[in-house]
Ligand binder design. Structure first.
Ligand SMILES: Nc1ncnc2c1ncn2[C@@H]1O[C@H](COP(=O)(O)OP(=O)(O)OP(=O)(O)O)[C@@H](O)[C@H]1O
Length: 487
Protein backbone atom coordinates (compact mmCIF):
# COMPACT_ATOMS: atom_id res chain seq x y z
CA UNK A 1 0.00 0.00 0.00
CA UNK A 2 2.90 2.32 0.77
CA UNK A 3 4.23 1.77 -2.73
CA UNK A 4 0.84 2.45 -4.19
CA UNK A 5 0.48 5.67 -2.25
CA UNK A 6 3.86 6.93 -3.37
CA UNK A 7 3.06 6.16 -6.96
CA UNK A 8 -0.40 7.71 -6.55
CA UNK A 9 1.13 10.98 -5.35
CA UNK A 10 3.62 10.95 -8.19
CA UNK A 11 0.87 10.45 -10.74
CA UNK A 12 -1.28 13.16 -9.20
CA UNK A 13 1.69 15.50 -9.25
CA UNK A 14 1.65 15.20 -13.02
CA UNK A 15 -1.94 16.42 -13.19
CA UNK A 16 -2.30 18.87 -10.35
CA UNK A 17 -0.52 22.12 -9.46
CA UNK A 18 2.02 21.77 -6.63
CA UNK A 19 -0.12 23.97 -4.40
CA UNK A 20 -3.03 21.54 -4.62
CA UNK A 21 -0.75 18.60 -3.99
CA UNK A 22 0.62 20.12 -0.81
CA UNK A 23 -2.72 21.44 0.37
CA UNK A 24 -4.93 18.44 -0.27
CA UNK A 25 -3.01 15.32 -1.24
CA UNK A 26 0.04 15.26 1.02
CA UNK A 27 -1.94 15.66 4.23
CA UNK A 28 -3.80 12.44 3.39
CA UNK A 29 -2.72 9.23 5.08
CA UNK A 30 -3.43 5.82 3.56
CA UNK A 31 -4.85 3.77 6.43
CA UNK A 32 -5.39 0.29 4.97
CA UNK A 33 -6.23 -1.63 1.87
CA UNK A 34 -8.62 -4.54 2.23
CA UNK A 35 -7.84 -7.04 -0.49
CA UNK A 36 -11.11 -8.98 -0.18
CA UNK A 37 -13.48 -6.03 -0.48
CA UNK A 38 -11.09 -3.94 -2.59
CA UNK A 39 -11.60 -0.96 -0.32
CA UNK A 40 -8.80 1.52 0.26
CA UNK A 41 -9.17 3.61 3.42
CA UNK A 42 -7.63 7.04 3.35
CA UNK A 43 -7.64 9.50 6.26
CA UNK A 44 -7.83 13.27 6.06
CA UNK A 45 -6.63 15.51 8.91
CA UNK A 46 -9.87 17.44 9.38
CA UNK A 47 -13.47 17.65 8.29
CA UNK A 48 -12.86 20.46 5.87
CA UNK A 49 -10.20 18.52 3.96
CA UNK A 50 -12.18 15.33 4.20
CA UNK A 51 -15.15 16.94 2.48
CA UNK A 52 -12.99 18.61 -0.09
CA UNK A 53 -10.94 15.60 -1.17
CA UNK A 54 -13.97 13.37 -1.17
CA UNK A 55 -15.69 15.73 -3.55
CA UNK A 56 -12.76 16.70 -5.72
CA UNK A 57 -10.17 13.93 -5.76
CA UNK A 58 -11.86 10.65 -4.94
CA UNK A 59 -12.47 9.87 -8.58
CA UNK A 60 -8.80 10.35 -9.55
CA UNK A 61 -7.50 8.38 -6.58
CA UNK A 62 -10.00 5.62 -7.24
CA UNK A 63 -8.93 5.19 -10.85
CA UNK A 64 -5.25 5.16 -9.90
CA UNK A 65 -5.97 2.52 -7.25
CA UNK A 66 -7.99 0.51 -9.73
CA UNK A 67 -5.09 0.58 -12.15
CA UNK A 68 -2.55 -0.35 -9.46
CA UNK A 69 -4.44 -3.17 -7.82
CA UNK A 70 -5.82 -4.35 -11.15
CA UNK A 71 -9.44 -4.48 -10.04
CA UNK A 72 -12.17 -1.91 -9.27
CA UNK A 73 -11.17 -0.30 -5.99
CA UNK A 74 -13.38 1.84 -3.83
CA UNK A 75 -11.71 4.60 -1.85
CA UNK A 76 -13.25 5.30 1.51
CA UNK A 77 -12.28 8.59 3.15
CA UNK A 78 -12.38 9.05 6.91
CA UNK A 79 -11.18 11.45 9.53
CA UNK A 80 -7.72 10.87 10.92
CA UNK A 81 -7.93 9.59 14.49
CA UNK A 82 -5.56 7.91 16.87
CA UNK A 83 -7.61 4.73 16.32
CA UNK A 84 -6.75 4.58 12.63
CA UNK A 85 -3.19 5.66 13.32
CA UNK A 86 -3.48 8.77 11.20
CA UNK A 87 -4.14 11.42 13.82
CA UNK A 88 -2.28 14.66 13.76
CA UNK A 89 0.40 15.27 16.34
CA UNK A 90 -1.04 16.50 19.62
CA UNK A 91 0.41 19.96 19.05
CA UNK A 92 -1.70 20.41 15.96
CA UNK A 93 -4.87 18.77 17.17
CA UNK A 94 -7.77 21.06 18.01
CA UNK A 95 -7.88 21.59 21.72
CA UNK A 96 -11.08 21.29 23.70
CA UNK A 97 -12.78 24.44 24.75
CA UNK A 98 -11.41 24.44 28.25
CA UNK A 99 -12.35 23.06 31.60
CA UNK A 100 -15.66 24.84 31.45
CA UNK A 101 -17.15 21.94 29.66
CA UNK A 102 -18.47 24.12 26.91
CA UNK A 103 -19.40 21.77 24.10
CA UNK A 104 -16.83 21.86 21.35
CA UNK A 105 -18.44 22.87 18.10
CA UNK A 106 -19.74 20.03 16.01
CA UNK A 107 -18.08 19.45 12.70
CA UNK A 108 -20.16 20.15 9.60
CA UNK A 109 -22.73 17.46 8.87
CA UNK A 110 -21.27 14.21 7.63
CA UNK A 111 -21.53 13.79 3.93
CA UNK A 112 -21.67 17.49 3.27
CA UNK A 113 -19.43 18.45 0.41
CA UNK A 114 -18.05 21.85 -0.34
CA UNK A 115 -18.79 23.22 -3.76
CA UNK A 116 -15.77 24.28 -5.77
CA UNK A 117 -16.32 27.89 -4.76
CA UNK A 118 -15.29 27.15 -1.18
CA UNK A 119 -12.05 28.59 0.13
CA UNK A 120 -8.98 27.51 -1.77
CA UNK A 121 -5.84 26.29 -0.22
CA UNK A 122 -4.18 29.63 -0.69
CA UNK A 123 -2.66 30.95 2.44
CA UNK A 124 -3.80 28.14 4.66
CA UNK A 125 -4.34 24.49 5.17
CA UNK A 126 -1.03 23.26 3.88
CA UNK A 127 0.73 20.36 5.57
CA UNK A 128 3.56 19.59 3.27
CA UNK A 129 6.54 18.19 5.11
CA UNK A 130 8.69 20.53 3.04
CA UNK A 131 7.12 23.62 4.59
CA UNK A 132 8.94 25.68 7.15
CA UNK A 133 7.81 25.05 10.73
CA UNK A 134 6.38 28.58 10.95
CA UNK A 135 4.21 28.15 7.87
CA UNK A 136 3.14 24.68 8.90
CA UNK A 137 2.19 26.01 12.33
CA UNK A 138 0.14 28.83 10.88
CA UNK A 139 -1.63 26.43 8.55
CA UNK A 140 -2.37 24.08 11.38
CA UNK A 141 -3.81 27.05 13.25
CA UNK A 142 -6.02 27.81 10.26
CA UNK A 143 -7.31 24.25 10.22
CA UNK A 144 -8.08 24.49 13.89
CA UNK A 145 -9.89 27.78 13.35
CA UNK A 146 -12.13 26.05 10.82
CA UNK A 147 -12.70 23.04 13.01
CA UNK A 148 -13.62 25.19 15.97
CA UNK A 149 -15.85 27.57 14.11
CA UNK A 150 -18.51 24.93 13.36
CA UNK A 151 -18.84 26.49 9.96
CA UNK A 152 -20.18 24.49 7.08
CA UNK A 153 -17.82 25.20 4.23
CA UNK A 154 -20.57 24.37 1.72
CA UNK A 155 -22.39 27.57 2.51
CA UNK A 156 -20.70 30.46 0.76
CA UNK A 157 -21.62 33.72 -0.93
CA UNK A 158 -20.67 32.21 -4.26
CA UNK A 159 -23.39 29.61 -4.15
CA UNK A 160 -25.98 31.88 -2.59
CA UNK A 161 -28.39 32.85 -5.35
CA UNK A 162 -29.52 36.45 -5.14
CA UNK A 163 -32.86 37.98 -6.04
CA UNK A 164 -35.18 40.71 -4.85
CA UNK A 165 -36.11 38.66 -1.82
CA UNK A 166 -32.63 38.52 -0.33
CA UNK A 167 -30.48 41.13 -2.06
CA UNK A 168 -30.47 43.53 0.87
CA UNK A 169 -29.60 40.80 3.31
CA UNK A 170 -26.79 39.57 1.09
CA UNK A 171 -25.39 43.08 0.61
CA UNK A 172 -25.43 43.67 4.36
CA UNK A 173 -23.81 40.29 4.96
CA UNK A 174 -21.00 41.02 2.50
CA UNK A 175 -20.47 44.43 4.04
CA UNK A 176 -20.18 42.90 7.50
CA UNK A 177 -17.85 40.14 6.30
CA UNK A 178 -15.55 42.80 4.86
CA UNK A 179 -15.74 45.17 7.84
CA UNK A 180 -16.53 43.06 10.88
CA UNK A 181 -17.42 44.97 14.02
CA UNK A 182 -17.43 48.25 12.20
CA UNK A 183 -20.38 48.63 9.87
CA UNK A 184 -23.50 47.06 11.38
CA UNK A 185 -23.30 45.56 14.81
CA UNK A 186 -25.29 43.48 15.37
CA UNK A 187 -26.58 42.41 11.99
CA UNK A 188 -30.00 40.91 12.59
CA UNK A 189 -31.42 38.75 9.78
CA UNK A 190 -34.96 37.48 9.98
CA UNK A 191 -37.42 35.58 7.82
CA UNK A 192 -39.48 32.41 7.51
CA UNK A 193 -38.19 28.85 7.42
CA UNK A 194 -35.80 27.64 4.75
CA UNK A 195 -35.13 31.05 3.21
CA UNK A 196 -31.35 31.07 3.57
CA UNK A 197 -30.64 32.77 6.90
CA UNK A 198 -28.34 30.01 8.06
CA UNK A 199 -26.68 29.84 4.66
CA UNK A 200 -25.95 33.54 4.73
CA UNK A 201 -24.39 33.61 8.18
CA UNK A 202 -22.16 30.64 7.38
CA UNK A 203 -21.14 32.49 4.23
CA UNK A 204 -20.09 35.47 6.36
CA UNK A 205 -18.03 33.24 8.63
CA UNK A 206 -16.40 31.42 5.73
CA UNK A 207 -15.56 34.70 4.00
CA UNK A 208 -14.03 36.14 7.14
CA UNK A 209 -11.90 33.06 7.79
CA UNK A 210 -10.80 33.06 4.19
CA UNK A 211 -9.51 36.60 4.61
CA UNK A 212 -8.15 36.13 8.08
CA UNK A 213 -7.40 32.56 9.05
CA UNK A 214 -6.63 33.47 12.64
CA UNK A 215 -10.00 35.12 13.32
CA UNK A 216 -11.95 33.51 16.15
CA UNK A 217 -15.25 32.67 14.55
CA UNK A 218 -18.04 30.58 15.98
CA UNK A 219 -21.37 29.54 14.52
CA UNK A 220 -23.79 28.36 17.15
CA UNK A 221 -27.45 27.48 17.02
CA UNK A 222 -29.40 29.14 19.82
CA UNK A 223 -30.33 25.71 21.20
CA UNK A 224 -26.65 24.81 21.48
CA UNK A 225 -25.94 28.08 23.25
CA UNK A 226 -28.70 27.31 25.74
CA UNK A 227 -27.22 23.89 26.35
CA UNK A 228 -23.73 25.41 26.79
CA UNK A 229 -25.19 27.69 29.45
CA UNK A 230 -26.79 24.73 31.19
CA UNK A 231 -23.49 22.81 31.17
CA UNK A 232 -21.57 25.80 32.48
CA UNK A 233 -24.19 26.10 35.21
CA UNK A 234 -23.96 22.44 36.19
CA UNK A 235 -20.18 22.53 36.26
CA UNK A 236 -19.98 25.94 37.89
CA UNK A 237 -17.80 27.00 35.00
CA UNK A 238 -19.22 30.33 33.96
CA UNK A 239 -15.77 31.90 33.91
CA UNK A 240 -14.65 29.57 31.13
CA UNK A 241 -17.92 30.05 29.35
CA UNK A 242 -17.57 33.81 29.48
CA UNK A 243 -13.93 33.77 28.52
CA UNK A 244 -14.69 31.67 25.46
CA UNK A 245 -17.68 33.60 24.13
CA UNK A 246 -16.35 37.03 25.05
CA UNK A 247 -13.11 36.36 23.22
CA UNK A 248 -14.63 35.71 19.80
CA UNK A 249 -14.11 37.99 16.82
CA UNK A 250 -17.32 36.88 15.16
CA UNK A 251 -20.28 35.18 16.77
CA UNK A 252 -22.98 33.85 14.48
CA UNK A 253 -26.03 32.88 16.45
CA UNK A 254 -28.87 31.17 14.64
CA UNK A 255 -32.59 31.13 15.50
CA UNK A 256 -32.41 33.40 18.53
CA UNK A 257 -36.16 32.98 19.07
CA UNK A 258 -35.19 29.76 20.91
CA UNK A 259 -33.95 31.95 23.77
CA UNK A 260 -37.59 32.66 24.65
CA UNK A 261 -38.19 32.24 28.36
CA UNK A 262 -34.58 31.09 29.03
CA UNK A 263 -33.64 33.85 31.44
CA UNK A 264 -30.18 32.73 32.46
CA UNK A 265 -29.24 32.19 28.82
CA UNK A 266 -30.49 35.66 27.96
CA UNK A 267 -28.50 37.15 30.79
CA UNK A 268 -25.28 35.43 29.70
CA UNK A 269 -25.89 36.41 26.13
CA UNK A 270 -26.45 39.99 27.18
CA UNK A 271 -22.99 40.07 28.83
CA UNK A 272 -21.38 38.43 25.80
CA UNK A 273 -23.14 40.90 23.56
CA UNK A 274 -22.01 43.91 25.55
CA UNK A 275 -18.44 42.63 25.81
CA UNK A 276 -18.15 41.87 22.13
CA UNK A 277 -19.72 45.09 20.88
CA UNK A 278 -17.55 47.15 23.22
CA UNK A 279 -14.49 45.51 21.68
CA UNK A 280 -15.91 46.03 18.17
CA UNK A 281 -16.32 42.32 17.64
CA UNK A 282 -19.07 41.33 15.28
CA UNK A 283 -22.32 39.63 16.24
CA UNK A 284 -24.79 38.29 13.71
CA UNK A 285 -28.16 37.00 14.74
CA UNK A 286 -30.93 35.24 12.87
CA UNK A 287 -34.53 34.85 13.90
CA UNK A 288 -37.92 33.96 12.49
CA UNK A 289 -39.17 37.45 13.29
CA UNK A 290 -37.86 40.97 13.82
CA UNK A 291 -36.54 42.07 17.22
CA UNK A 292 -39.63 43.83 18.57
CA UNK A 293 -41.71 40.76 17.80
CA UNK A 294 -39.59 38.32 19.74
CA UNK A 295 -41.74 36.88 22.49
CA UNK A 296 -40.40 36.28 25.99
CA UNK A 297 -37.09 37.94 25.34
CA UNK A 298 -35.77 40.56 27.74
CA UNK A 299 -36.40 44.10 26.49
CA UNK A 300 -32.74 44.99 27.16
CA UNK A 301 -31.75 42.40 24.59
CA UNK A 302 -34.42 43.43 22.13
CA UNK A 303 -33.22 47.00 22.18
CA UNK A 304 -29.63 45.77 21.64
CA UNK A 305 -30.75 43.63 18.70
CA UNK A 306 -32.40 46.65 17.19
CA UNK A 307 -29.36 48.85 17.59
CA UNK A 308 -27.52 47.62 14.49
CA UNK A 309 -29.07 46.73 11.17
CA UNK A 310 -32.16 44.56 10.84
CA UNK A 311 -32.86 43.02 7.45
CA UNK A 312 -35.57 40.65 6.26
CA UNK A 313 -35.19 37.73 3.88
CA UNK A 314 -38.44 37.22 1.98
CA UNK A 315 -39.68 34.10 0.18
CA UNK A 316 -38.07 33.91 -3.28
CA UNK A 317 -39.96 35.12 -6.32
CA UNK A 318 -40.49 32.84 -9.34
CA UNK A 319 -37.38 33.85 -11.30
CA UNK A 320 -35.23 33.44 -8.25
CA UNK A 321 -36.67 30.00 -7.56
CA UNK A 322 -35.82 29.04 -11.13
CA UNK A 323 -32.29 30.41 -10.76
CA UNK A 324 -31.83 28.45 -7.54
CA UNK A 325 -32.97 25.21 -9.18
CA UNK A 326 -30.71 25.73 -12.18
CA UNK A 327 -27.75 26.47 -9.93
CA UNK A 328 -28.37 23.48 -7.69
CA UNK A 329 -28.78 21.18 -10.70
CA UNK A 330 -25.52 22.47 -12.12
CA UNK A 331 -23.79 21.72 -8.83
CA UNK A 332 -25.04 18.15 -9.18
CA UNK A 333 -23.70 18.07 -12.75
CA UNK A 334 -27.19 17.68 -14.12
CA UNK A 335 -28.52 19.57 -17.10
CA UNK A 336 -31.91 20.97 -16.27
CA UNK A 337 -33.94 22.49 -19.11
CA UNK A 338 -35.43 25.84 -18.14
CA UNK A 339 -38.98 24.66 -18.70
CA UNK A 340 -38.39 21.94 -16.11
CA UNK A 341 -37.04 24.46 -13.62
CA UNK A 342 -40.04 26.71 -14.30
CA UNK A 343 -42.41 23.81 -13.77
CA UNK A 344 -40.96 22.97 -10.36
CA UNK A 345 -40.64 26.62 -9.34
CA UNK A 346 -44.23 27.41 -10.27
CA UNK A 347 -45.53 24.56 -8.18
CA UNK A 348 -43.33 24.95 -5.14
CA UNK A 349 -43.32 28.48 -3.97
CA UNK A 350 -42.70 28.69 -0.31
CA UNK A 351 -39.02 28.28 0.44
CA UNK A 352 -35.64 27.14 -0.81
CA UNK A 353 -35.45 24.07 1.38
CA UNK A 354 -38.63 22.81 -0.23
CA UNK A 355 -37.14 23.44 -3.68
CA UNK A 356 -33.99 21.52 -2.77
CA UNK A 357 -36.09 18.61 -1.54
CA UNK A 358 -38.06 18.58 -4.78
CA UNK A 359 -34.89 18.66 -6.86
CA UNK A 360 -33.42 15.75 -4.90
CA UNK A 361 -36.60 13.78 -5.46
CA UNK A 362 -36.62 14.47 -9.18
CA UNK A 363 -32.96 13.50 -9.57
CA UNK A 364 -33.35 10.32 -7.55
CA UNK A 365 -36.46 9.37 -9.50
CA UNK A 366 -34.76 10.02 -12.84
CA UNK A 367 -31.71 8.00 -11.85
CA UNK A 368 -33.74 5.10 -10.51
CA UNK A 369 -35.94 4.90 -13.58
CA UNK A 370 -33.04 5.37 -15.99
CA UNK A 371 -34.41 8.63 -17.37
CA UNK A 372 -31.42 10.41 -18.72
CA UNK A 373 -33.21 13.55 -19.79
CA UNK A 374 -35.11 15.62 -17.27
CA UNK A 375 -38.51 16.54 -18.60
CA UNK A 376 -41.66 18.07 -17.17
CA UNK A 377 -43.21 14.61 -17.38
CA UNK A 378 -40.45 13.13 -15.22
CA UNK A 379 -41.01 15.93 -12.70
CA UNK A 380 -44.74 15.35 -12.62
CA UNK A 381 -44.19 11.68 -11.86
CA UNK A 382 -41.42 12.28 -9.35
CA UNK A 383 -43.30 14.99 -7.48
CA UNK A 384 -46.74 13.43 -7.67
CA UNK A 385 -47.15 13.28 -3.90
CA UNK A 386 -45.73 16.70 -3.26
CA UNK A 387 -47.89 18.35 -5.90
CA UNK A 388 -51.10 16.75 -4.70
CA UNK A 389 -50.31 17.53 -1.07
CA UNK A 390 -49.82 21.17 -1.94
CA UNK A 391 -53.39 21.12 -3.23
CA UNK A 392 -53.01 22.72 -6.60
CA UNK A 393 -49.83 24.60 -5.66
CA UNK A 394 -51.12 26.54 -2.69
CA UNK A 395 -49.16 26.34 0.53
CA UNK A 396 -49.59 28.14 3.83
CA UNK A 397 -46.33 29.99 3.21
CA UNK A 398 -47.66 31.26 -0.16
CA UNK A 399 -50.79 32.41 1.54
CA UNK A 400 -48.86 34.23 4.25
CA UNK A 401 -46.69 36.00 1.70
CA UNK A 402 -49.58 36.89 -0.61
CA UNK A 403 -51.74 38.22 2.22
CA UNK A 404 -48.83 40.14 3.77
CA UNK A 405 -48.08 41.77 0.40
CA UNK A 406 -51.73 42.58 -0.11
CA UNK A 407 -52.12 44.30 3.24
CA UNK A 408 -48.59 45.75 3.12
CA UNK A 409 -47.42 44.18 6.32
CA UNK A 410 -44.35 42.06 6.95
CA UNK A 411 -44.46 38.32 6.35
CA UNK A 412 -42.95 37.96 9.82
CA UNK A 413 -46.13 39.50 11.24
CA UNK A 414 -47.92 36.34 10.21
CA UNK A 415 -46.13 34.40 12.92
CA UNK A 416 -45.44 37.23 15.35
CA UNK A 417 -47.24 37.61 18.64
CA UNK A 418 -48.26 41.20 18.01
CA UNK A 419 -51.92 41.94 17.99
CA UNK A 420 -52.66 45.43 16.71
CA UNK A 421 -55.71 45.41 14.43
CA UNK A 422 -53.80 46.25 11.26
CA UNK A 423 -51.85 43.01 11.74
CA UNK A 424 -54.36 40.78 13.51
CA UNK A 425 -56.98 41.07 10.77
CA UNK A 426 -54.70 40.14 7.83
CA UNK A 427 -53.34 37.29 9.92
CA UNK A 428 -56.87 36.01 10.46
CA UNK A 429 -57.52 36.35 6.74
CA UNK A 430 -54.43 34.26 6.06
CA UNK A 431 -55.53 31.61 8.55
CA UNK A 432 -58.96 31.53 6.92
CA UNK A 433 -57.44 31.10 3.46
CA UNK A 434 -55.07 28.44 4.78
CA UNK A 435 -58.05 26.46 5.99
CA UNK A 436 -60.00 27.04 2.78
CA UNK A 437 -57.26 26.41 0.26
CA UNK A 438 -54.97 23.80 1.81
CA UNK A 439 -55.40 20.38 3.34
CA UNK A 440 -53.77 21.45 6.57
CA UNK A 441 -55.49 20.77 9.88
CA UNK A 442 -56.22 23.53 12.39
CA UNK A 443 -53.29 22.55 14.65
CA UNK A 444 -50.94 22.41 11.65
CA UNK A 445 -52.05 25.87 10.58
CA UNK A 446 -51.61 27.12 14.14
CA UNK A 447 -48.03 25.80 14.12
CA UNK A 448 -47.24 27.58 10.89
CA UNK A 449 -48.55 30.84 12.35
CA UNK A 450 -45.96 31.03 15.11
CA UNK A 451 -47.17 28.11 17.21
CA UNK A 452 -50.70 29.30 17.83
CA UNK A 453 -53.35 27.12 19.35
CA UNK A 454 -55.87 25.44 17.03
CA UNK A 455 -58.71 27.28 18.79
CA UNK A 456 -57.15 30.59 17.69
CA UNK A 457 -57.21 29.35 14.10
CA UNK A 458 -60.79 28.15 14.45
CA UNK A 459 -61.81 31.51 15.84
CA UNK A 460 -60.14 33.28 12.89
CA UNK A 461 -61.79 31.01 10.33
CA UNK A 462 -65.25 31.55 11.82
CA UNK A 463 -64.78 35.27 12.22
CA UNK A 464 -63.60 35.89 8.63
CA UNK A 465 -66.18 33.55 7.17
CA UNK A 466 -68.93 35.43 9.04
CA UNK A 467 -67.52 38.88 8.22
CA UNK A 468 -67.18 37.96 4.57
CA UNK A 469 -70.92 37.43 4.21
CA UNK A 470 -71.66 40.87 5.67
CA UNK A 471 -68.81 43.02 4.43
CA UNK A 472 -68.57 43.38 0.64
CA UNK A 473 -65.18 45.08 0.78
CA UNK A 474 -63.67 42.17 2.68
CA UNK A 475 -65.42 39.74 0.36
CA UNK A 476 -63.85 41.46 -2.62
CA UNK A 477 -60.41 41.41 -1.01
CA UNK A 478 -60.79 37.69 -0.38
CA UNK A 479 -61.75 37.11 -4.01
CA UNK A 480 -58.68 38.95 -5.19
CA UNK A 481 -56.49 36.95 -2.82
CA UNK A 482 -58.05 33.64 -3.85
CA UNK A 483 -57.53 34.46 -7.51
CA UNK A 484 -53.93 35.49 -6.92
CA UNK A 485 -53.24 32.29 -5.05
CA UNK A 486 -54.97 30.01 -7.52
CA UNK A 487 -53.57 31.85 -10.55
N1 LIG B 1 -30.47 32.13 -2.01
C1 LIG B 1 -30.09 30.85 -1.89
N2 LIG B 1 -29.25 30.31 -2.80
C2 LIG B 1 -28.88 29.03 -2.70
N3 LIG B 1 -29.28 28.20 -1.73
C3 LIG B 1 -30.11 28.69 -0.80
C4 LIG B 1 -30.56 30.04 -0.84
N4 LIG B 1 -31.39 30.24 0.20
C5 LIG B 1 -31.45 29.09 0.86
N5 LIG B 1 -30.68 28.15 0.27
C6 LIG B 1 -30.53 26.75 0.69
O1 LIG B 1 -31.78 26.33 1.22
C7 LIG B 1 -31.60 25.51 2.36
C8 LIG B 1 -32.30 26.13 3.55
O2 LIG B 1 -31.65 27.35 3.87
P1 LIG B 1 -31.27 27.77 5.38
O3 LIG B 1 -31.03 26.55 6.21
O4 LIG B 1 -30.19 28.77 5.30
O5 LIG B 1 -32.64 28.43 5.80
P2 LIG B 1 -33.04 29.19 7.14
O6 LIG B 1 -33.63 30.47 6.71
O7 LIG B 1 -31.90 29.24 8.07
O8 LIG B 1 -34.19 28.25 7.69
P3 LIG B 1 -34.59 27.87 9.23
O9 LIG B 1 -35.23 29.08 9.77
O10 LIG B 1 -35.54 26.74 9.02
O11 LIG B 1 -33.34 27.49 9.93
C9 LIG B 1 -30.10 25.39 2.55
O12 LIG B 1 -29.67 24.19 1.96
C10 LIG B 1 -29.53 26.58 1.81
O13 LIG B 1 -28.24 26.32 1.31
Amino acid sequence: MKDFWQSCIQRLEQDLPPQQISAWIRPLVPVAYDEASAVLRVAAPNRFKLDWVRKNFSHQIESLATEWFDKPVQVSFELATSANGAARTPAAAPAGMGAGGVTPPAAPAAGSVPVPAAPTSQGRAVHSPSLSPAVAASNAAADIAYDRSSLNTDLTFDNFVTGKANQLARAAAIQVAQNPGVSYNPLFLYGGVGLGKTHLIHAIGNALLKDNASARVRYVHADQYVSDVVKAYQRKAFDDFKRYYHSLDLLLIDDIQFFAGKNRTQEEFFYAFEAMVAKRKQIIITSDTYPKELANIDSRLISRFDSGLTVAIEPPELEMRVAILLRKAETENVTMPEEVAFFIAKHLRSNVRELEGALRKVLAYARFHGREVLTVEVCKEALKDLLSVSNGQITVENIQKTVADFYKIKVADMYSKRRPANIAMPRQVAMYLAKELTQKSLPEIGDLFGGRDHTTVLHAVRKISDARSKNSELNHALHVLEQTLKG
